[in-house]
Design a protein around this ligand. Sequence first.
Ligand code: ASP
Length: 601
Amino acid sequence: MAHWQRTRSCGELRAEDAGRQVTLNGWVHSVRSHGDLVFVDLRDRTGIVQLRADAASSPDVLEALAAVKSEFVLSVTGEVQMRAPGMANPKLGTGEIEIHVSEVRILNPCRQPLPFQLNDESQMSLVNEELRLRYRYLDLRRPRMQEILRLRHRVVASMRRFLDSRGFIEVETPIFTRSTPEGARDYLVPYRLSPGLFYALPQSPQQYKQLLMVAGVERYYQIARCFRDEAQRADRQPEFTQLDLEMSFVTQEDVLQLTEDMTIAVLRECSNKRLGSVPFARLTYDDAMLRYGTDKPDLRYGLEIADISEAMRGTSFGVFSDVLASGGVIRCVRYPGGSRLSRRETDDLARLAKEWGARGLAHLAIEDSDGSGHGLTLRGPIAKFISETERERILSAAKAEAGDLLLIVADAADVAATVLGRLRQEIARRLNLAPSDVLHFCWITDFPLVQWNAEENRWDAEHHPFTMPHEDDLPYLDTDPARVRAQCYDIVCNGVEWGSGSIRICRADIQAKVFALLGLSEEVQRERFGHMLDAFAYGAPPHGGVAPGIDRLIMLMTDTENIREVMAFPKIGGGTDPLMGAPSTVDEAQLRELGLRVVSS
Ligand code: ASP
């Protein structure tokens, strides 16, 4: 061991170590110089410890330490000592002790002014993100970022352990492949040996994992990178990581149970957050849309949407009766305590509802006029149209209480769902109803197999084209595709879609039928997916799987809203990397070799 190498790590030193000689390596986090006394915080991957030197005992060391700057790389030798009484720092694991330094070696200075300070978290939100990413190697030195990288590692390690214990093996699948549709554009890589041919980067390992099931692997997983060229959002990146898994000889129930067991094991090991419900709640897609207005409900709070269409069937209020007559619905959500809202505030909610697509937003304040808690009354512009029977039915359907404001949307079912779902979230946000220390997982099942794409006049797969329809619904593939439910499921946490999966089609005839429904001619089916249809002809086992997102889980665990915060080297803006300068132009010669020419638009 070289003389400068550490004997201990900074963050692990405690009062028990007082009196020990140690050598530490790390970065200068901060320097506090008081003339004849200097303190330096030294940081390594385990944490921060305070170094100390004074003029009386070691003038040379004092001089050396006073001269170092933030982010110098040091080796120091010294003795662990208790801090003076009253000087302990309870916020630091090492806060009771400090190092009385006897020797300082500068392993490497930091020669450039820092683009931003690494030792003041409170200022980080002011730092331009592009700058942080250009100097990501500095940004990642911050304890907060180190914590996230470490947590991410622990979560993945825990998943691997769990899956290993259940007989899964990790198999790597190719990155250079051909298109595997998951609803986004492909990233293409030109093939040099035959200009005009391209590889596509996988949007997911979907086809390979199914082929692994045909290959008899039975239990596969992979910490898989997926590449999707789609509009960037705070929770999306062009490349991201999924825990991709697939199992043979299973039903939907088996996949849900295994995923649930794994999630619970991983979170119990790696997180202090509470789980909202164990076993995880389950909702069908239709139920989720009806009760929460979304297929990604946040179940940390109630505020279920109530359908009052039946209660209002004979209404004398023209707007409502017209909507019902044209096949629409009347639904409402409670705003607890909302009866006190001012006119301006209710107008503001109505403005939001219109922005989200509603024709209007009606409201009824619930009042307990005689203070008895019985005989609740309704107040609001439409109250006069509501009969006593209707009032009773509305109150009971909405489970309304005195002080509530009922926000009512009368519209087509999908519009009512979307608008009330968003209002529900808005109310929860305003009333702070979602506890941040809870992870509330739920399964959404029975999605429709296909969705009508009005723009392109065709059916699109709701999940992906390999999803198995419900056996009972197979006949509707020919007659009423919208009615076909899929053996497909999403796992949702706190209003965020964490992963999707399905039982797969394993029969060539059903697969061909679904491809045909999605508008793929026989020729295109052969050309694009012939290998899948062929594989199914050789004895494909029933199989299914799921792929929860690793990045999203870390976001949920760390209360982070920006996916870039949980990735080591993310892309910014439209998908650029300011650190490496990617994407970049390439030499003419390279283009020529690939048979490519850039056509400026
Ligand atoms: N490949 C799917 C996805 O990326 C997941 C799955 O069906 O297993 O969403």
